[in-house]
Design a protein around this ligand. Structure first.
Ligand code: PHB
Length: 399
């Protein structure tokens, strides 16, 4: 490798070109602040990576209201409620009626696509497919990132602040010395087997279904493509599952006296998603700020991942804008504590719904019956259902 490096400079260097990094770059760009985004993958690979799809109202507002793209409104679908199903008994949680809000189903890879295209449209600097990324001088006021670009050229990017938006395997987070951060995490003894299938929708709203065989989630992507998941072993091999076996498993996880049947069709994508709840504290180290999955991960059950990442950006972007405008760094000083406040609420919700709806391997019958009691207590009470609805659609103060 050549020792020659081209030196670049910008105000905010952003490591990671997923939705969090690009949303931050977009908002800073609108305020006239220079950014360079560095991303290890290429644009098409990220676009083809399927993640969750539920957007809170505040997330929708950030996309449609800040000039990214209105596609979330024209192609996304409003969901005014969701169905929680336990041992074949469905209870609908009416978000609109209970808390006056709804969510939109719009896949995260489309959120990414809209943001990447908006950055290109607005002349934003994004370097895709970078390698050998390393961050340095984090506790100085001139932090840097060294990287090799897609053409093999070496660079050093000097900036005033660095943002780690590089996902759960974040190299930025790992650059924080162990004694300067606390890693809070738990693992779960199960994962999700996710599929995409060519089939018509099975239901007008999402169904989160618990059964004695384990959990299943019925979601959708369009009139012709459906997204579904079922609880599986973390070491499950997707190649052991053909279409027939997958459909039989999904059907038995939603079966009930109401005769619910899923509409079947050819499956064209299969993945196992591991579960983890993780929070790094604090979310700042010197001139480095962590946003999104780089700082915290949630299991997908509560659909909070992307929404939490956007919440971080909603706190960090104005703090950076204020600093560059007036030199006032109080917003930056408060970033970690303010973002973590919301992160821990969402951690609790994601953990709670995950444990309510999943069957632990080898579960004690006491616990299955206790969870049935919990399900009834939550869904049969207006206050219980409103708690779920408020947590799912986003807490007051976040909108
Ligand atoms: C999805 O549509 O992929 C999805 C929806 C809700 C979740 C998780 C995933 O909680």
């Amino acid at each position: 490798m050549s020792a020659q490096r081209t030196v670049l400079a910008t105000q905010v260097g952003i490591v990671g070109g997923g939705p969090a990094g690009l949303m931050l770059a977009h908002l800073l760009g609108r305020a006239g602040i220079g950014t360079v985004v560095l991303e290890a993958r290429d644009k098409d690979t990220i676009h083809a990576t399927h993640r969750a799809g539920i957007l809170e109202a505040a997330t929708v507002e950030m996309l449609a209201g800040s000039g990214v793209d209105g596609r979330v409104l024209t192609e996304g679908h409003e969901h005014r409620g969701t169905v929680l199903r336990f041992e074949g008994e469905s209870r609908r949680i009416d978000f609109q009626e209970l808390v006056g809000h709804s969510v939109r189903l719009y896949p995260q890879n489309e959120v990414f696509w809209d943001l990447a295209n908006a950055r290109e449209r607005d002349g934003g600097d994004i370097r895709w497919s970078v390698t050998d990324t390393e961050v340095l001088d984090l506790t100085t006021d001139r932090p840097a990132v060294r990287f090799t670009d897609a053409a093999g050229e070496r660079f050093e990017l000097r900036c005033e602040f660095l943002v780690g938006a590089d996902g759960s395997q974040s190299i930025c987070r790992r650059a924080i010395p162990d004694e300067e951060r606390t890693d809070n995490f738990i693992e779960y003894p199960f994962a999700w087997f996710g599929i995409l299938a060519e089939a018509p929708p099975s239901a007008p709203e999402l169904i989160y279904s618990n059964s004695e065989h384990g959990f299943a989630l019925v979601s959708s992507r369009s009139e012709t493509v459906q997204r579904m998941y079922f609880q599986c072993d973390p070491d499950e091999d997707v190649d052991d599952w053909d279409d027939e076996r997958i459909w039989a498993e999904l059907q038995r996880r939603v079966r009930g006296p109401d005769g619910l049947r899923l509409q079947e069709g050819p499956i064209f994508d299969k993945t196992v998603l591991k579960f983890r709840s993780y929070v790094c504290e604090p979310l700042r180290h010197g001139s480095l700020f962590l946003v999104g999955d780089a700082g915290h991960t949630v299991p997908p059950t509560g659909a909070k991942g992307l929404n939490l990442a956007f919440c971080d950006v909603r706190v960090l972007a104005p703090a950076l804008v204020e600093f560059f405008r007036s030199g006032d760094d109080s917003g930056l000083a408060g970033y970690s504590a303010q973002a973590l406040e919301r992160v821990w609420k969402a951690q609790n919700f994601s953990y709670w719904v995950t444990n309510l709806m999943h069957t632990q391997p080898g579960e004690n019958p006491f616990n299955q019956k206790r969870r049935r009691g919990e399900f009834r207590a939550v869904t049969a009470s207006e206050h219980g259902a409103a708690y779920f609805a408020e947590s799912y659609t986003g807490w007051p103060g976040d909108r």
